[in-house]
Design a protein. Structure first.
Length: 243
């Protein structure tokens, strides 16, 4: 196991949990965060520790600049370095834009986009000091093409993609990679609002004929974390040939 440190936000379930478990096979130190699912996050922490990985967990709002500053300081104090940052935390809103109120808009912007500024602003200086590191942002195909009734979500993921490409150019001279995975429909709690009939119809549009799994996203995260530094600034679609 490599003596390296990884951070995964939104790791109490779904994609974040799968990423943490997959990365524990290669990283000796993993920090995980969640907004409020304390018991679920603790279960993930115990699973990582059982696998032989050191783990610390944090409950709080990743869209809060000062909260993120405190956890990064804690991680550096505990382990002395950060090698991989996986920005996974995210929420969705489904409905007409005209039915969305300003608080809901601000919340999704904060969780899905401002969180990237917060984590990168505090993590990048430590990566720069070692001239190495990797940042992987979990995005969506809706950030590329937009989705009806998901205007806010699409806008935030479009921002994630632009953020990824721009930051990659800033950090490439220091051998730090920044990439994004643009997910199609993945079998997570975020899609529990869909009926079985809705899912069947969507799967008919997907070339591979099914939803993706969280383990497949985690596998892609591991591959990007181990990819050559020449692979940077990319928004890679993982959508089963949907779009």
């Amino acid at each position: 196991m490599t003596k390296k440190t990884a951070i995964i936000t939104g790791a109490s379930r779904g994609i974040g949990k799968a990423c943490a478990i997959a990365l524990a096979k290669q990283y000796s130190h993993i920090a995980i965060t969640a907004y409020q699912n304390k018991n679920q996050l603790e279960e993930v922490k115990q699973a990582l520790q059982y696998s032989g990985c050191e783990c610390i967990s944090f409950i709080g709002d990743i869209g809060d600049y000062h909260f993120v500053a405190s956890i990064i300081e804690n991680i550096i104090h505990t382990w002395g370095q950060i090698d991989l940052l996986v920005n996974n935390a995210g929420i969705s809103y489904i409905g007409l834009l005209t039915d969305m109120d300003v608080d809901e808009w601000n919340q999704i912007i904060s969780t899905n986009l401002t969180s990237l500024f917060n984590t990168c602003h505090h993590t990048v200086p430590h990566m720069l000091s070692k001239k190495q590191g990797s940042i992987i942002n979990i995005s969506s195909i809706w950030g590329e093409i937009g989705a009806s009734c998901e205007v806010a979500y699409s806008a935030t993921k479009g921002g994630v993609n632009a953020f990824t490409k721009a930051l990659a150019k800033e950090l490439a001279p220091s051998q730090i990679t920044v990439n994004a995975i643009c997910c199609g429909i993945i079998d997570t709690d975020m899609n529990t609002n869909l009926s079985s009939h809705d899912i069947e119809n969507i799967c008919l549009e997907i070339s591979i004929g099914r939803m993706g799994t969280v383990e497949e996203v985690a596998q892609m995260v591991v591959q990007l974390a181990n990819a050559p530094s020449y692979l940077t600034g990319q928004c890679i679609s993982l959508d089963g040939g949907w779009v």
